[in-house]
Design a binder for this molecule. Sequence first.
Ligand SMILES: O=C(O)CCC(=O)C(=O)O
Ligand SMILES: [Fe+2]
Length: 165
Amino acid sequence: PWLRTLEAIHGFRETEKSRWSEASRAILRRVQAAAFGPGQTLLSSVHVLDLEPQGYIKPHVDSIKFCGSTIAGLSLLSPSVMRLVHTQEPGEWLELLLEPGSLYILRGSARYDFSHEILRDEESFFGERRIPRGRRISVICRSLPEGMGPGEPGQLPPACAPGPL
Ligand SMILES: O=C(O)CCC(=O)C(=O)O
Ligand SMILES: [Fe+2]
């Protein structure tokens, strides 16, 4: 639902999950505490993306219609490189090495003014260092779009209706 519309992603499968084991919920609570403020409401379901070794994500900015001001992603299995490029100033960019078990948080300017992408295996370098890509799973939490309080769930796709994590 997130990326199919953008055709930004290749070699993947995905799902949205709202039911988690207690052990997983404990981890999601840590993500929530690290990435989101007390006033932020999260989308009720968590996005899980499974990228095959040849899979990659092209540069995009998450839709402001479906996603609020914060995106937090937990990377699992293979390391990968995320590149952020300023949408107005392509010379302004940075790369993040996403080690398995790491959490990235996109908020503020990183969320709105920079595109993000996951490099394909052939281009997967962090500086000079080659980062060979294997299967990568990411678990992504997002805040609700502003003005999308529980009173206005009609504008959201059903899987994104607001609710507790
Ligand atoms: O896999 C990730 O960490 C990022 C996924 C992403 O950019 C998205 O779902 O919009
Ligand atoms: Fe994204």
